[in-house]
Write a protein that binds this ligand. Structure first.
Ligand code: SAH
Ligand code: SF4
Ligand code: F3S
Length: 460
């Protein structure tokens, strides 16, 4: 790990290279909320070096691509976009292109970027974000490209507190409380690219949240790949309860939880902790015990069902959402039918479903019985059809109710006079309202509902 002085010298050097008012940074983000949170730190660091913010990559001298490696598709998309930046670099030799995020922690991708993308100056894996100034300094001072080899897989990286954060929303904030994952689900790349689990001290987390709430932030989301296995000077429920004691008008969310770490104490938080939003995202992955076992998930259908029952006993209205993988190696028609049956039985409000994508270096990629793509696609289609019906059914009873909504921003399709927000349960609502409600809690009367969103009108 580099010392503080090395880092400060590097930062000084970059500040001399940056042209005030002219050099700007653009950060492009793929992947999950962890990556969105990391991008806010990459941006914060770049701004602290004197860069301004660019509106597009064409307008930037520093382009950081924060990549995701969870599925093949995410990687190919990032690579194709990085390929397009060749022309930006050709037009302006001062342009520096860095590839950050989870792909930058895969040795074969780093090798590929080094060999086939000569206009990429460096790669920077998620655990080493604080090294950004050093990598830029190497590029400008020594005209050197830097491709750091990822740390040994058993290393527990140090948590860097104090990296500047440039938050992209004024009313919502991500707060990473733990990093990495030790679960090694057999399909998943995350433990390899994000390293071993490590948790921030609760005092750091609490003072960050107090600062945010003091600045008027209305929604705090605690983040971790396996957020409910947080453990430092207290455990996860201890932390949730302490955040619940912070005064202010804000909602608390957390993601992503693992079923094996859901305790009765955590379930109790849903009726005992003020601020905690009535929404639980709890990835199921499959409704077949045989598949769950081969996924190395450490729970079976019975345990998952019992968590749902206990959550609903606490709060019958709680929103439940989940992730499901379709076409995991060895998934038979029977396994898949069991997943559909469980989705029907549980009735999730929303399910994010993914076709299994083999990831190099993970055990499942070498399992012999890979499911043919056309079978996976057909299963996916059936799952989407079923879940669409279930979600629509779940949303229908909300019509006629007036719900408290946090107004997030203008409607994504740009319809004038329409604002988008989320209910306490996390449901998307589009409603007629002036734009100055953005960032506030408002009451919205729900007029219509379909599987994916609610439609409503501002009510007094
Ligand atoms: N840590 C979280 C999120 C992991 S990534 C968790 O444990 O749930 C988000 C989702 O992507 C996972 O829940 C899983 O459904 C999906 N996923 C992960 N690896 C995948 C792969 N190789 N192919 C397809 N989907 C995958
Ligand atoms: Fe991946 Fe499993 Fe860890 Fe989630 S819990 S990040 S799915 S290995
Ligand atoms: Fe993707 Fe890395 Fe998140 S692989 S899903 S960006 S942890």
């Amino acid at each position: 790990m580099e010392t503080r002085t090395v880092r400060q010298d590097a930062a000084e050097l970059v500040r001399r290279w940056v042209i005030p008012g002219e050099s700007r940074v653009y950060v492009l983000t793929f992947g999950c909320q962890q990556n969105e949170a990391d991008s806010e730190r990459l941006l914060g660091l770049a701004l602290s070096l004197g860069y301004g913010r660019a509106d597009s990559p064409e307008d930037a001298e520093l382009i950081l691509v924060n990549t995701c490696a969870i599925r093949e598709h995410a990687e190919l998309k990032a690579l194709s976009i990085i390929g397009g930046f060749k022309h930006v670099k050709e037009k302006n030799p001062r342009v520096i292109i860095g590839v950050c995020g989870c792909m930058a922690a895969e040795p074969h991708r780093v090798e590929d970027l080094k060999r086939r993308y000569p206009y990429v100056s460096f790669t920077l894996e998620p655990a080493k974000i604080a090294c950004l100034p050093t990598l830029i300094a190497e590029t400008v001072q020594r005209k050197k490209r830097t491709f750091l080899l990822p740390d040994a897989p058993d290393a527990v990286p140090k948590i860097d507190e104090g990296i500047p954060v440039e938050r992209l929303s004024r009313h919502k904030a991500w707060v990473s409380i733990m990093y990495g994952c030790n679960n090694f689900c057999t399909y998943c790349i995350v433990p390899y690219v994000r390293g071993r689990e490590r948790s921030r001290a609760s005092g750091e987390v609490l003072s960050e949240i107090e600062g945010l709430v003091g600045n008027g932030v209305r929604e705090i989301t605690l983040l971790g790949q396996n957020v409910n296995s947080y453990r430092s000077d207290c455990d996860f429920t201890g932390l949730v309860r302490r955040v619940g004691e912070i005064e202010g008008d804000f909602r608390l969310r957390f993601m992503t939880s693992h079923p094996k770490d859901v305790s009765d104490d955590l379930i109790a938080c849903f009726s005992g902790v003020p601020h905690l939003a009535p929404h639980f995202h709890l990835p199921l992955q499959s409704g077949s015990d045989a598949i769950l076992k081969r996924m190395n998930r450490h729970y079976g259908v019975a345990r998952y069902r019992s968590i749902v029952e206990r959550l609903r006993a606490r709060d019958p209205e709680i929103t439940l959402t989940s992730d499901v993988i379709v076409g995991f190696p060895g998934e038979t028609d029977g396994d898949f039918e069991a997943t559909l049956a469980l989705l029907r039985e549980i009735g999730f409000d929303q399910v994010y479903s993914f076709i299994y994508s083999p990831r190099r270096g993970t055990p499942a990629a070498d399992y012999p019985d890979q499911v043919p793509p056309d079978v996976s696609r057909e299963r996916m289609r059936r799952l989407l059809d079923l879940q669409c019906e279930i979600s629509a059914e779940k949303n229908r009873p909300l019509v006629g109710q007036t719900l408290r909504v946090l107004a997030d921003g203008p409607s994504p399709d740009g319809t004038p006079g329409v604002v988008t927000g989320r209910t306490a349960g996390g449901k998307l609502v589009h409603f007629n309202a002036p734009e100055n409600v953005v960032g506030q809690f408002v009451n919205v009367r729900i007029d219509r509902a379909d599987a994916f969103a609610l439609r409503g009108t501002l009510s007094e």
